[in-house]
Design a protein around this ligand. Structure first.
Ligand SMILES: [Zn+2]
Length: 342
């Protein structure tokens, strides 16, 4: 079906919260990776989220243009068209955007949605993330509140980050520090400030020791109870309805027990990038190693056009990545939960 509208997206989030499952939110940087997500979700009868980072957008716009907003628009336009052929609901989201990148990424994307709405067309993106985790909490929330107000006017959901995700993504390194575990006080302050924007919907990436990337076992200490304690504080202050819809960043490489525990505490969206990158490249590596005498013109030979046509290995990579998306849907318990009624 066409990409989710605001009502459908809200319903997706509410259902996940109520029935205790989460949506795979997969980073894409090209038509092929976007198609892999659609395929994997459709074969799982799971709704899900396709997301574009600042670096992914810059990449998609081409190496001589490097315009992160332009590339994100191109991918989103493709997904709007292609999603119509798949029997699931998919939402479009943009990943981490630090304050310094707002003017070059999230703001032009909101403006694009505003133009589309004025012309009676659907929103370009369903949600955007503002990542103010490198700022003091007050400044982070000052910016978030302003953005949330503008998003709300346009039926866009805003994701914010409280605490810091460790590791590295898109060249941005999170520092290992106490901020890697969001405190109940920070959660309460977040609720107090954001709930002042009446009726607005938002997602919270609270951190519980999660990191971007994949590390050897024992390197990462996840404490999902941080989410439990924060939610309990929010519920005590403002009632059950006030519990956050949480986002799990750095889902790659996480143990299934930790994923399920985090879902129990209200995670409705889990971001997976690194493991998808690996699945995609794994298929290509396999192809190149098996057919090296076909992909190369060596010893006076001419190679094998069938082996070096990029469609051959990109097609395999699409399939491998789709399988990884299916595994994510199983682990997040979203299989068979689609809201699409064919
Ligand atoms: Zn992240």
């Amino acid at each position: 079906m066409p990409t989710a509208d605001y009502r459908t997206y809200c319903e997706m989030i509410d259902r996940a919260k109520e029935k205790k499952f989460a949506y795979p939110a997969i980073n894409v940087t090209s038509l092929t990776t976007a198609n892999a997500v659609l395929k994997g979700l459709a074969e799982s009868k799971s709704d899900g989220i396709i997301q574009v980072s600042t670096g992914g957008g810059a990449f998609a716009s081409g190496s001589s243009v490097k315009d992160m907003a332009l590339g994100a628009i191109s991918i989103a336009e493709h997904v709007h068209r292609a999603a119509e052929r798949y029997p699931i609901c998919v939402a479009l989201h943009t990943d981490h955007c630090q304050a310094k990148n707002l003017e070059g990424f999230v703001i032009p994307l909101i403006e694009e949605t505003e133009r589309r709405r004025a012309a009676g067309r659907p929103n370009l993106f369903n949600s955007h993330m503002f990542d103010g985790s490198d700022l003091p909490l007050t400044e982070n929330l000052d910016i978030a509140v302003k953005l949330l107000d503008r998003c709300h006017k346009n039926q866009i959901i805003l994701e914010i980050e409280v605490g810091v995700v460790g590791g590295e993504e898109d060249g941005v390194k999170g520092e290992a520090s106490a901020k890697m575990y969001t405190t109940p006080e920070d959660m309460l302050e977040t609720a107090r400030r954001l709930n002042a924007v009446k009726g607005a919907r938002y997602l919270v990436a609270a951190t519980f020791g999660n990191v971007h990337g994949v590390y050897k076992p024992g390197q990462v200490k996840l404490k999902p109870t941080v989410l439990r304690d924060g939610q309990a504080a929010v519920e005590k202050a403002s009632g059950k309805e006030a519990r956050f819809a949480l986002v799990f960043h750095g889902g790659s490489g996480s143990a299934i027990e930790e994923i399920h525990e985090a879902i129990d505490y209200g995670v409705v969206k889990m971001n997976i990038d690194t493991d998808m990158q690996y699945a995609f490249t794994r298929a290509i590596a396999d192809h190149m190693l098996k057919h090296y005498d076909g992909v190369l013109r060596i010893d006076g030979e001419v190679g094998n056009k069938k082996a070096y046509d990029p469609r051959s290995y990109l097609g395999l990579a699409e399939g491998f990545m789709a399988e990884r998306v299916k595994r994510a849907a199983r682990e997040l318990k979203s299989v068979g939960t689609t809201l699409y009624k064919g």
